[in-house]
Design a binder for this molecule. Structure first.
Ligand code: GAR
Length: 224
């Protein structure tokens, strides 16, 4: 049974780049399809366009500089401890990684177990890591897609919440395929957040069950 919240879910977004997924979440919140408040947008890159997008929407945009921690044997953990302080100051309930190009450590993972999501442009567990659209084309896959999952210590590896599949066309380049996948990312990330906000996600080991979320039994065949 999910319990209806009376207050909006407090979300922080961690982003290193362009921030189109951040934008999709902002748009969904502004349109009222996601009941959440973005209480902080945090970047490890000072010039990240994602920070600019946050400012344009009046959201707190914070650059947390990794430099003071580099060179230390525990540099990644130390950086995450600094992030954790910021997240606690903002009373964050859910973290969204949205093009956040830093590997998170157990410092964040343990505190935000099943409360930190990532979006990745492949049908995981195929193609974790980088340049995944090129890898899907080079493998000769007929379907590619994207995945929203909870974050564990392994890169692109936690329990899967939602996936969307798209066809790979004969003349696709990594860029054209990335664009087709990105359109779906912008749909499934807000949807996953709203499911979380409604308390409808139950994690059991590697599996995430969605309350009243039975998929329809249609197969996706490509080429059809
Ligand atoms: C998105 O395609 C996202 O799936 C990917 O980075 C891009 C960020 O775009 N994330 C990963 O590859 C994580 N492993 P955005 O900054 O426009 O949201």
């Amino acid at each position: 049974m999910s319990i209806k919240r009376t207050d909006a879910l407090r979300v922080a977004v961690l982003a290193s780049g362009r921030g189109s997924n951040l934008q999709a979440v902002i748009d969904a919140i502004e349109a009222g399809t996601v009941q959440a408040n973005i209480v902080a947008v945090i970047s490890n890159k000072k010039d990240a366009p994602a920070l600019e997008r946050a400012k344009q929407h009046g959201l707190p945009a914070l650059f947390v500089d990794p430099k003071p921690y580099t060179g230390r044997p525990d540099s990644r953990e130390a950086y995450d401890r600094a992030l954790l302080d910021v997240l606690k100051q903002h009373d964050v309930e859910l973290i969204l990684l949205a093009g956040y190009m830093k590997i998170v450590t157990r410092v964040l993972v343990e505190t935000f177990m099943n409360r930190m999501m990532n979006i990745h442009p492949s049908l995981l567990p195929s193609f974790p890591g980088l340049e995944v659209q090129k890898k899907a084309i080079d493998w000769g896959c007929k379907l590619a897609g994207c995945t929203v999952h909870f974050v564990t210590e392994g890169v692109d590896e936690g329990p899967i919440i939602l996936q969307a599949a798209v066809p790979i066309l004969d003349d696709d380049t990594p860029n054209t395929l990335a664009a087709r996948i990105l359109e779906q990312e912008h749909k499934i990330y807000p949807r996953a957040i709203q499911l979380f906000a409604e308390g409808r996600l139950q994690v059991d080991g590697r599996r995430v069950f969605i309350e009243n979320g039975k998929p329809k039994g249609e197969a996706v065949i490509s080429p059809s």
